[in-house]
Design a protein around this ligand. Structure first.
Ligand SMILES: CC(=O)SCCNC(=O)CCNC(=O)[C@H](O)C(C)(C)COP(=O)(O)OP(=O)(O)OC[C@H]1O[C@@H](n2cnc3c(N)ncnc32)[C@H](O)[C@@H]1OP(=O)(O)O
Ligand SMILES: O=C([O-])CC(=O)C(=O)O
Length: 379
């Protein structure tokens, strides 16, 4: 009998159809419901993209008005969620706080036991609306600051920054942040989305799927890479008064050492894209805008030094987490908050996949080839 072929990490395995996004490594493109992500990032905001991912079409004016009214009315954290967060030490990792908060949101949602299409849409929209307050509150309590209530006169991204920093962010910063949200929103069957689909396939509820997806996103090989990128910059040393050229020289030397000692450097490489991540040029432009806005050219030096050295040594290109990390740093987010920012955006993609899985479900249960001891018996 021939042994079945093992596909470690499910690499190259096509497990299902999806109409939500198309990742094309050959043309280096990414489409959300048919629209190139660069066009969405340039011309539409995160609210439009959330609506598109869930409904398959961009909203018209009336649909957008209705969507905004719902989203803005559900931004405040329920009391139980604040209480649950307060039970955790301020030193808890924000990904653990986020995972706990989503679980509490699920348990206390009025439609907790209802997995109907309508209930799932309502749960997805509620989670999208309220999750930014989890991130904002967590960053503030880590700094000993009080919760800032949401504002309903600001868009999603402007309000997110308002609740985090307690002041209105300049337009340039809101735009760069919104671009990052759009780019992070969806990416087909990545590890966390697949986790959400596996959980959904057992007929478990949407919040369970998102809670599990957060666990999968936390690791440094996936979403945790945006935090890890910043730790690399910190390890090299961020010197605000240094020239971009000097910073690049130090970064290049650091990368050469890291690769010589066979280190995996987070923020580089991708399972699907082999000649560069389709989202990086758009996110790099947003980073450039922030470097210019904050007058921090040494960050560009560190960025370019690492990128060039990796390319020269291994030909491996940056992924989205690479430009996103320093962008969030410049905006003033704590490094540990970066992956929760990824969650805020990806809630839209995950929940779109939950609904797609429900609509055409089959229990996800692959096979394995046993290679343990031969049958034996207890004496
Ligand atoms: C938004 C996202 O989630 S994007 C992904 C974020 N993750 C990261 O940035 C983590 C760092 N990158 C990696 O670990 C990998 O590139 C992954 C996990 C993303 C993709 O990996 P895979 O497709 O499984 O490739 P794999 O890890 O086998 O790498 C292939 C080769 O490239 C090397 N390589 C890949 N990425 C890196 C890296 N970041 N640093 C150094 N070497 C790398 C591997 O060491 C391996 O070399 P070898 O063949 O000599 O052993
Ligand atoms: O697709 C992947 O494997 C990881 C990724 O880039 C994402 O989830 O955005």
């Amino acid at each position: 009998m021939t042994e079945p072929e093992i596909h470690k990490g499910l690499a190259g395995v096509v497990v299902d159809y999806t109409a939500i996004s198309k990742v094309n490594p050959e043309s280096n493109s990414l489409l959300y419901r048919g629209y190139p992500v660069q066009e969405l990032a340039g011309h539409r905001d995160m609210e439009d993209v959330a609506y598109l991912l869930w409904n398959g079409e961009l909203p018209d004016a009336a649909q957008r008005q209705e969507f905004d009214a719902f989203e803005r009315a559900h931004r405040a954290l329920p009391e139980q969620v604040i209480a649950a967060i307060d039970l955790l030490p301020a030193t808890a990792h924000p990904m653990d706080v986020a995972r706990t908060a989503v679980s509490v949101m699920g348990a206390s949602h009025p439609l907790a036991g209802d997995n109907s299409v309508e209930a799932n849409m309502e749960k997805a929209a509620t989670l999208f609306a309220a999750f930014p307050a989890v991130v904002a509150y967590d960053q503030r309590r880590r700094r000993g600051q009080a919760l800032v209530e949401p504002r309903d006169d600001l868009g999603y991204s402007a309000n997110f920054l308002w609740m985090t920093f307690g002041e209105e962010a300049p337009t340039e910063v809101v735009h760069a942040f919104d671009v990052s949200m759009v780019l992070y929103a969806e990416h087909s069957f990545n590890a966390s989305t697949f986790t959400a689909r596996v959980i959904t396939s057992t007929l478990a509820d949407l919040h369970s799927a998102v809670t599990g997806a957060i666990g999968a996103l936390k690791g440094a090989l996936h979403g945790g890479a945006n935090e890890a990128v910043m730790h690399t910059f910190e390890e090299i040393g961020i010197r605000e008064d240094e020239s971009a050229e000097d910073a690049a020289v130090r970064a290049k030397a650091w990368m050469e050492d890291a690769l010589a000692s066979k280190k995996k450097v987070m923020g580089f490489g991708h399972r699907v894209y082999k000649s560069g991540d389709s989202r990086v040029p758009t996110m790099k432009s947003a980073l450039d805008a922030m470097i210019e806005y904050y007058g921090r050219s040494e960050i560009l030096g560190l960025y370019s030094g690492l990128e060039t050295a990796m390319d020269e040594a291994k030909g491996i290109k940056p992924n989205l987490d690479y430009p996103a990390g320093p962008t969030y740093h410049l905006m003033g987010f704590d490094t540990e908050m970066f992956t929760p920012l990824f969650i805020a955006a990806r809630i839209t993609g995950w929940t779109a996949h939950v609904m797609e899985q429900v609509a055409s479900n089959s229990l996800i249960r692959p096979l394995s080839l046993y290679n343990g001891p031969e049958e034996r018996h207890v004496d």
